[in-house]
Write a protein that binds this ligand. Structure first.
Ligand code: NAG
Ligand code: NAG
Ligand code: NAG
Ligand code: NAG
Ligand code: NAG
Ligand code: NAG
Ligand code: NAG
Length: 397
């Protein structure tokens, strides 16, 4: 009975939820989407929206905005806003693309009861001029108290105009747009005047434009190496800006053998030292995740110590012992051949022995000349003086 009641309760709840769900209405999506470029980098995307007549009192409408990234990259959530426009930097992330797409939907924020979010709508923003790749290897580095940017033009004969500003979207930043002076008098580079490290660059030419974000690089860190007991103390001069932002990456070869790359969280690190090795270091600085992304190139190679040929003894041993051994073998072979009769005595022909014995050879002279001493013994034991009267007996033997 109890189960039946529970099942009934469950079913009625489900039905109620279903009814409520059916009653819920989708808010209308934004309409009349349009965009306007505020300058080369920032676009203002705006839309209208029609409120339903029976929207509950106090229901706040917000617009959810997303930017579609290039293929394979997840779309980026830009936020929820009550205003019917967004300003955003478009085409500064990817040099190769000349459009960016925004997705906008309406949602009820509070007290909207059964009103749910709208279907999303898309708007694609196109660049004013075709985006073309005009330069390669664009980089900016501090140069005394200014910042110098340089690049390799893709087409030498194209005249380029460079405009830049900090990468914000506000009116103040947009008002701070500057032109690169002396673009051609200094070849493929110019000095730029900026307070921040995140700069938006516009390169303009007759065939198209290129907008992108450039980061001010760092000069490679200066490495100082000091020898401590069995260690090397490595110290880097930290970059001037953002003292707490930097980590140091370094790698080295030891006696010509590359060692795995290491990262130091501070500008000091100690590594074990082998005095017999030449160490060759390369390092760079980069910012931690919490800071604006910046990094230097790998530094030039810094050498420390020298490859000392290791203690000679093992080598000498390794060379001399085989020589001595082979000499010994050769000599032994030689002597062996020469005195082979000693080592491999010719086994005397027993008949000869008997002959000698029968001939009454009574002296201790070995029967076979050159016979080795032990044989002498044998001869001695065997060479019994045989009394002449026993000669006949022996003969019978
Ligand atoms: C939303 O709910 C209210 C009552 O809470 C009701 O009057 C209204 O008809 C519902 N709207 C829709 C679209 O179902
Ligand atoms: C963006 O465009 C809308 C509609 O034209 C306008 O009301 C708004 O002020 C503009 N925003 C900016 C930051 O220019
Ligand atoms: C909006 O763009 C996204 C990504 O490009 C796509 O998945 C979606 O179907 C588009 N929506 C509409 C309504 O065109
Ligand atoms: C370089 O630019 C010049 C001037 O616009 C053009 O005539 C030439 O064909 C371009 N060269 C290449 C390789 O694109
Ligand atoms: C930006 O420049 C325009 C025109 O030069 C000026 O009217 C406006 O006040 C400036 N805005 C800011 C925030 O400096
Ligand atoms: C090397 O660093 C250690 C601390 O790790 C310090 O005690 C030592 O004095 C340093 N030696 C030199 C030569 O800088
Ligand atoms: C350090 O690493 C860089 C990049 O992986 C490499 O080009 C360089 O040869 C390495 N230097 C040393 C000394 O191992």
């Amino acid at each position: 009975m109890i189960y039946t009641w529970e099942i009934f309760a469950f079913l009625s709840c489900t039905a109620m939820i279903k009814v409520l769900h059916c009653n819920a209405d989708h808010l209308l999506p934004p309409t009349h989407l349009s965009y306007k470029w505020l300058d080369a980098f920032t676009v203002n995307v705006s839309w209208s929206w029609k409120s339903p007549p029976n929207l509950p009192e106090g229901c706040e409408i917000k617009y959810v905005t997303e930017k579609q990234q290039s293929r394979g990259v997840q779309s980026r959530h830009l936020g929820r806003t009550p205003s019917r426009f967004i300003t955003d930097n478009c085409l500064t992330e990817e040099m190769s693309s000349d459009s960016c797409t925004y997705t906008i939907s309406t949602t009820g924020h509070k007290l909207c009861q059964n009103w749910t979010h709208s279907t999303p709508v898309n708007i694609t923003v196109y660049s004013k001029k075709p985006q073309v790749k005009l330069v390669e290897d664009f980089r900016c580095l501090p140069d005394s108290d200014r910042i110098h940017c340089s690049w390799i033009p893709v087409n030498q004969s194209l005249v380029l105009k460079l405009t830049y500003r900090m990468c914000g979207i506000g009116e103040e930043v947009r008002n701070g747009t500057k032109h690169c002076q002396n673009l051609h008098s200094r070849g493929n580079g110019c000095f730029i005047d900026t307070d921040g490290s995140d700069i938006c660059i516009l390169l303009d030419s007759e065939i198209g434009q290129s907008t992108f974000r450039a980061f001010i690089g760092e000069p490679s860190p200066k490495l100082e190496i000091k020898k401590a007991k069995h260690c090397l103390n490595l110290t880097w001069t930290p970059p001037e800006m953002g003292r707490n932002c930097w980590i140091y990456q370094f790698n080295y070869t030891k006696c010509g053998k590359p060692q795995p790359q290491q990262t130091a969280q501070t500008n000091f690190v100690s590594i074990p030292y082998d005095e017999n090795c030449l160490y060759q270091f390369q390092s760079r600085v980069l910012t931690t995740k919490d800071c604006l992304p910046r990094q230097s190139d790998w530094s030039d190679v810094v050498n420390f110590g020298a490859d000392v040929p290791p203690d000679g003894t093992p080598t000498v041993i390794a060379i001399v012992i085989p020589i001595i051994l082979s000499a010994c073998v050769l000599l032994s072979c030689y002597f062996f051949r020469k005195h082979r009769k000693i080592f491999c005595p010719t086994i005397p022909d027993p008949s000869a022995i008997f002959k000698g014995i029968m001939n009454g050879n009574k002296d201790h002279k070995p029967i076979v000349p050159g016979l080795y001493a032990p044989v002498d013994e044998l001869v001695h034991t065997c060479n019994v003086d045989i009394p002449p009267e026993n000669k006949e007996n022996l003969q019978e033997f």
